[in-house]
Design a protein around this ligand. Structure first.
Ligand SMILES: [Ca+2]
Ligand SMILES: [Ca+2]
Length: 202
């Protein structure tokens, strides 16, 4: 029997493999996860930056996604995750804290290696950590795939300027799923205005 006029058998076989996705060469898909956030509110009087403008290679310890790849300060020895909060400030001696409060109401303690149940941890405590070396940055990230749902509050506090001139300017950056947001804020001693970013994970 002649096969003239019908597609070659090899072609049909390969086409069937492609359709069913069961071929031995089918690439394994990397696990993906995403998180949606809503009601993102910066501190009162502060403008939230939501557009990323690439400025070159990633620079460390500036709380900015310089290369706009969706991750802040990657390759700098700080953890990242679907949620990541970073502060950086140039006043070397000033003690500034990054306080992240999860939907449970628990807030991460302000010291290196602190954790919160559910998958949050704090990477650096500056200027106390030896590794800060004048490059002050603190980083809290979520290392799971599904952050707890609910309301989050992220607060910046000037604990002690330690002789640095005030106000102390602090850069804040956050990765909220596939969004990068940030702002600059001035912190003064005795400033009762809460410098808090809030958002919801629906
Ligand atoms: Ca980056
Ligand atoms: Ca950076």
């Amino acid at each position: 029997m002649s096969s003239q006029g019908s597609p070659p058998r090899l072609f049909v076989f390969l086409w069937a493999l492609l359709l069913c996705g069961c071929g031995p060469a089918a690439p394994a898909k990397a696990p993906t996860a995403r998180v949606d956030v809503a009601n993102v509110k910066p501190p009162a009087g502060v403008t939230l930056e939501q557009a990323c403008t690439p400025t070159g290679p990633e620079l460390c310890f500036n709380a900015v996604d310089d290369n706009c790849n969706g991750v802040i300060d990657e390759g700098c020895g700080v953890a990242t995750g679907l949620l990541q909060f970073v502060i950086a400030w140039p006043a070397a001696a000033a003690d500034v804290n990054l306080e992240v409060c999860a939907p449970s109401g628990e807030c991460i303690p302000p010291h290196h290696g602190a954790t919160l149940p559910g998958g949050f941890h704090l990477d650096r405590d500056c200027p106390s950590d030896e590794g800060c070396r004048g490059q002050n940055e603190e980083d809290v990230s979520f290392d799971g795939l599904a952050p707890p749902r609910g309301h989050y509050e992220v607060t910046l506090r000037l604990v002690d300027p330690h002789g640095e001139s005030t106000p102390v300017r602090v850069r804040f950056g956050a990765r909220l799923g596939d969004r990068i947001v940030g702002f600059d804020v001035d912190l003064s001693p005795g400033d009762d205005a809460k410098k808090t970013l809030s958002f919801d994970v629906p």
